[in-house]
Design a protein around this ligand. Sequence first.
Ligand SMILES: O=C(O)CCC(=O)C(=O)O
Ligand SMILES: [Fe+2]
Length: 158
Amino acid sequence: MNVNHYVACPDPSLTLGIAPHCDPNVVTVLMDNGVRGLQARRRRGEGEGEGEGGGWVDVDPPPGALVVNFGHQMEAVTNGRVRAGEHRAVTSARAARTSLAAFVMPAMGYVVSPAPGVVAEGEALLFRSYTYQEFVSVYTAATGDRDAVLARFRNNNG
Ligand SMILES: O=C(O)CCC(=O)C(=O)O
Ligand SMILES: [Fe+2]
């Protein structure tokens, strides 16, 4: 579990609360103190483009709602059907924000691979098998670069 606290910043354009990333785990359940700050990245080609990926949209849940993020392991076990959501957190000029993130993750020694119950017969496996420990090591070294992380775990089958 992470507890994040973002102090109010007079000029939010000068800082980022949390840099863009996908969570390494399976799913993350997020709650916050009602101050906006979480942003999700559109997929490339979806809506207005910005830089390398799509633009950022504010995540604006109803009061008291929990936000669920899918992480890299969800993408791997579903063989790419459910994509990990890239997100970041920005600061507010007016109010401090506190968020609490509960991470659902496998044990470090758990072997992750596309789930047989999900993959259709004859379907190419997009990801090889790996331990969650190996994933976390690569993820930590790559500091949030989604493509660099995934490249290390993809099968070379097109
Ligand atoms: O503060 C937030 O809403 C996001 C936190 C987050 O992305 C994380 O802890 O992984
Ligand atoms: Fe996150």
